[in-house]
Ligand binder design. Structure first.
Ligand code: FES
Length: 218
């Protein structure tokens, strides 16, 4: 399975990667709590996903990028967002926060926020909520480690691509790449493989091909 970024064009997905649409579901308080699968596309060996944000056949490319002369220049080449995360050390958990990768899914805001919860991670409820929030973070901005073992706490994710919808806020995108599928740049470099990655689907990210949250409010 692989995702290749094409020059000023779509993501070319090969290897039979499952494709679904999931909505962010809120609880009674309006906090983001879970993912709800609302659509599953028939499995295809190869397909092209829109990267410019203007296809009339979303999430698939319909060729509009060429008419619009989409500039899809990748700017994440040196991956500055993966260096020097903000680190918060709590009693049981350590949080690495790669803020520039934020896709604004907002799971991290519940119960005082993951930063606060990490600092109180000797309390079982706070620890469990922090882990739940980190594991629901689609972009991998938030990575927790167990301080005793030093191991990263990652959700078990099947390899798949998920189109993210947030109907409560009328937000569409980005594309959530789950399970460590390699993403290759237009010039053939493989980006750091991560369990949770979000790719830009609106064409406006300043960190292409990754989402930087700019789709909020479009
Ligand atoms: S990338 Fe082809 S229509 Fe958007």
């Amino acid at each position: 399975m692989k995702i290749r970024v094409s020059t000023n064009g779509p993501y070319i997905v090969t290897g039979g990667v499952p494709l679904t649409v999931m909505e962010i579901a809120n609880d009674d308080r309006g906090d983001c709590r879970s993912w709800q699968k609302v659509r599953e596309y028939p499995l295809r060996e190869e397909y092209a996903l829109c990267r410019c944000g203007h296809s009339k056949n979303e999430p698939f490319c319909d060729g509009t990028h060429a008419k619009d002369r989409f500039n899809g220049t990748e700017t994440a080449g040196d991956e500055p967002y993966l260096e020097n995360p903000t680190v918060i050390r709590g009693p049981e958990l350590e949080l690495a926060d790669y803020e520039g990768l934020c896709a604004h899914a907002r799971f991290c805001l519940r119960a005082g926020g993951i930063w606060n919860l990490t600092e109180r991670s000797d309390i079982p409820d706070a620890r469990d909520t922090a882990i739940d929030e980190a594991c629901n973070c689609p972009s991998g901005r938030l990575v927790l480690r167990d301080r005793k073992s030093g191991e990263a706490i990652e959700p078990a994710l099947e390899r798949a691509i998920v189109v993210i919808e947030n109907p409560a806020r009328g937000e569409h995108g980005p594309l959530w790449v789950r399970g460590g599928i390699p993403v290759e740049s237009a010039d053939g470099r493989t980006y750091t493989i991560r369990n949770r990655v979000t790719l830009c689907g609106c064409g406006r990210s300043r960190n292409k091909p990754f989402c930087d949250g700019i789709h909020i409010g479009l």
